[in-house]
Design a protein around this ligand. Structure first.
Ligand code: SAM
Length: 229
C-alpha cells in the first residue's frame, strides 16, 4: 500500500523522529501513523480517535497496509487513550488550538514521559504556544506549509524552559519571526486581514470600549505590517 500524505501531513511527518512508538491523536484515517510505519520511521503507533467512524477508517487503513500488529487504534478523548511511558512522541494535527490544548490537558500523567510534541493547529496557534510555555515545553522548531491555498503552521516542542512569549511571538511563532521562511508574508497577511475584517465591523460604533478595542487592533495591524514591509 502506498500512502500519499499531502504537503501538510508530510511536513508534520518530517518532524517525527526515528523512534519506537508514537501516538497520533485525532488520527482520522490513520494515514500518518501508517506512513510512519511503512517507511520504517517508527516501530509502533497508537492512533487515537474520539469518534467511531474515523477510528473505523484508521482500522481499515491499518488492515489494508497489513499493519494490524503495529498500528493500534484506540477510541477515546485525547491523551486518555495512552498509558504513561507507552510513547515518546505525540502528534496532534489538523485541529484548532483550543482543541489541541484540551487534548494536551486530557491526561497529564502521560506528559512527563513524552520527549516531543508535533502540533499542527489550523487556527489558534497562540493558545498552543502559551500552553507550551506555561507547562514546561520549549519550542524547538516551527514551519509553515501551504496546501490548497491555506497556510498551515507546525510547532515542534520538547521538554524545557522557554522565555515568556510576547503576544506577537505567540501568534506568529518565535522561530518563524526569526527565520521568516517561505509563506511567512502570506501568514502575516492572513493575520492582518482577520483584524481588518473585525475593525471594519467595529468602525461605526461610538462605544468607548469598542473604540479602544479598535485602536488596539489598529496597533496590532501596524505591528504586523512592519514585519512584511
Ligand atoms: C480534521 S481531523 C484531522 C485528522 C488528521 N490528524 C489530519 O491532520 O489530517 C480531526 C480529527 O480529530 C478527531 N478529534 C477531535 N477531537 C478529538 C479529541 N479530543 N480526541 C481525539 N480525537 C479527536 C476528530 O474525530 C477527527 O477525526
Amino acid at each position: 500500500m502506498q500512502i500519499n500524505l499531502g504537503l501538510r501531513l508530510q511536513r508534520v511527518a518530517d518532524f517525527v523522529p526515528e523512534t519506537t512508538c508514537i501516538a497520533d491523536i485525532g488520527s482520522d484515517h490513520g494515514y500518518l501513523a501508517a506512513w510512519l510505519l511503512l517507511t520504517g520511521r517508527v516501530q509502533h503507533t497508537i492512533a487515537g480517535e474520539l469518534n467511531r467512524d474515523p477510528a473505523e477508517r484508521a482500522r481499515l487503513t491499518a488492515c489494508a497496509a497489513g499493519l494490524e500488529e503495529k498500528m493500534l487504534v484506540r477510541e477515546g478523548a485525547g491523551l486518555s487513550v495512552l498509558q504513561p511511558g507507552e510513547v515518546d512522541t505525540v502528534v496532534i494535527a489538523g485541529m484548532g488550538g483550543a482543541t489541541i490544548v484540551q487534548i494536551l490537558e486530557s491526561n497529564p500523567s502521560v506528559l512527563p514521559d513524552l520527549r516531543r510534541l508535533v502540533l499542527q493547529p489550523n487556527i489558534g496557534g497562540a493558545q498552543v504556544r502559551h500552553w507550551l510555555s506555561e507547562h514546561g515545553w520549549a519550542i524547538i522548531d516551527e514551519a509553515l506549509v501551504a496546501e490548497n491555498s491555506i497556510i498551515y503552521e507546525i510547532i515542534v516542542a520538547e521538554p524545557g524552559e522557554m522565555q515568556q512569549l510576547t503576544a506577537l511571538q505567540a501568534e506568529i511563532g518565535p522561530m518563524l519571526l526569526d527565520r521568516k521562511p517561505e509563506h511567512f508574508s502570506a501568514r502575516v497577511q492572513a493575520a492582518i486581514d482577520a483584524r481588518q475584517y473585525v475593525v471594519a465591523q467595529l468602525v461605526r460604533s461610538t462605544n468607548a470600549a469598542v473604540a479602544s478595542k479598535r485602536e488596539q487592533l489598529m496597533q496590532q495591524i501596524s505591528d504586523l505590517e512592519s514585519l512584511i514591509e
